[in-house]
Design a protein around this ligand. Structure first.
Ligand SMILES: [Mg+2]
Length: 386
């Protein structure tokens, strides 16, 4: 089997529930849908959930990287040689984890379809049947936050993540209000998205202790590993790394410095399915559990997360419910049959490969027709023709 061409389509999908964090407002997702075509007719699906504020990548930049750099080195190759193709991709472009993940997950999709098995079978088989999830309440004013949390709880949600990091007093008030609403038995985590200073983090985590916080995600900025370690020693609220844990090397440093209790992983941030496995192994070697994070993926990207979450014991969704939630926040998921997500847990799709089918009508509806990606030819997509 050989790769014949790669098609990368930028999309803009509005959120149905917008998200405010310390990084700003997320109201539309400018992502890229990837199709890797082969000479025997199998097509692999991928999704690059690029966000400039997260990794410096943009959808039009991702299309250009896939079209101009990645597709030429993959053309004519067997898509099932994933380790070899990762090496090829890394030889032509550094960094760009979300873009690389969008291509790499499509290779896994093809490998699964060719073998007639779900991707989780290729990752060692299913370890768990379902994965508890947590729904996210943004850094919004308290009446809105309570209304949204009430909606989630009434629908059967069993775990909440509250965004903090913009204003410590409001952060504490928001968590207090949601704890009072939820009662003592609903696990609540907080995510500061790098928003607190070291001093604010130390003081605010102390103030949050009475609300029985499951863990605090990325309380301070990403470069401060030693400060994170000091913060971890100063509090008994478990500390999770997210923005500071992109690569296996990041995780090695974090664990060597005893800076974290939990590490957030997901294929976009880590650069693909196989590199997420490597990241999880780095954490496992240090005895640190992982949790599935998210950049609010659509259907294809969430499916990739579900296969990893189902197969890898160290992604401990039972202890730390995962962010298998992206499609629940968007007005469309771009796949034909919705994934089984929530209210309390998510299930991995059972079809071959990633187990999802692209909805081409939705793809056309949400296709991003603006910008440089569309100015390079007379067609409405940028396609590498092999
Ligand atoms: Mg986070």
């Amino acid at each position: 089997m050989k790769i014949t061409r790669i098609e990368a389509v930028p999309v803009n999908v509005p959120l149905s529930t917008s998200m405010t964090t310390s990084h700003g407002l997320h109201s539309t997702s400018p992502y890229v849908i990837v199709q890797v075509h082969t000479d025997d007719g199998l097509v692999g699906l991928g999704e690059a959930t690029v966000t400039p504020r997260w990794s410096g990548e943009t959808s039009h930049g991702a299309v250009a990287v896939i079209h101009g750099l990645i597709a030429p080195v993959l053309k004519g190759e067997d898509p099932r040689r994933i380790s070899h193709l990762r090496r090829q991709i890394d030889s032509v472009v550094r960094l760009n984890p979300f873009t690389k993940a969008g291509v790499e997950m499509a290779l896994w999709d093809i490998a699964g379809k060719a073998a007639g098995v779900p991707v989780y079978q290729l990752l060692g088989g299913k370890f768990r049947d379902e994965m508890p999830i947590r729904m996210v309440v943004g850094s919004i004013d308290i009446p809105q936050a309570v209304t949204l949390a009430r909606k989630f709880l009434e629908s059967g949600v069993k775990c909440l993540k509250v965004k903090v990091g913009l204003n410590p007093d409001q952060d504490v008030a928001r968590v207090r209000a949601i704890r009072e609403l939820a009662g003592p038995d609903i696990p609540i985590s907080v995510d500061a998205n790098c928003g607190w200073t070291v001093l604010q983090a130390r003081q605010t985590l102390q103030r949050l202790r009475e609300f029985n916080i499951l863990f605090a995600e990325q309380p301070i900025a990403t470069a401060d590993r030693s400060e994170m370690a000091a913060l971890r020693r100063a509090t008994d609220v478990p500390i999770m790394a997210d923005e500071s844990a992109f690569t296996s090397s990041d995780i090695w440093h974090l664990t060597m410095e005893r800076a974290v209790d939990i590490i957030s992983v997901y294929p976009g941030k880590n650069g693909g399915i196989q590199s997420t496995v490597e990241a999880v192994c780095a954490a496992k070697a240090a005895g640190i559990p992982c949790a599935m994070g998210s950049n609010l993926e659509l259907g294809i990207g969430t499916a990739a997360m579900l296969h990893l979450g189902a197969a890898l014991p160290t992604i401990a969704s039972e202890l730390y419910p995962g962010d298998f939630i992206g499609p629940l926040y968007h007005e469309a998921d771009l796949i034909k049959t919705p994934l089984t997500l929530g209210p309390a847990a998510a299930r991995v799709p059972e079809g071959p490969g990633l187990g999802v089918e692209l909805d081409t009508e939705q793809l056309e509806k949400y296709r991003d027709r603006s910008g440089v990606a569309q100015s390079t030819g007379s067609t409405t997509s940028v396609t590498f023709e092999g």
